[in-house]
Design a protein around this ligand. Structure first.
Ligand SMILES: [Zn+2]
Length: 62
């Protein structure tokens, strides 16, 4: 648990076109596929879901 730096290049494969890209890439440079996770791509639904969940939990406790 230190300030260990990884020099190895972090590589992942695009799920759509299988091109090797940096893990930090938000978008595939080859096919332009959005590689961010679902939560980042759908902030509205995340907030909506959390609000709905809070509403349900609130309703159960009252
Ligand atoms: Zn791609």
């Amino acid at each position: 648990m230190g300030m260990t730096e990884t020099i190895d290049q972090q590589i992942k494969r695009c799920p759509a076109c299988k091109t090797e890209i940096a893990v930090t890439a938000d978008r595939c440079p080859n096919c332009q596929r959005d590689l961010r996770n679902w939560f980042l791509r759908h902030p509205f639904w995340v907030l909506f879901g959390l609000a709905a969940l809070a509403f349900i939990l609130y309703g159960m406790t009252v």
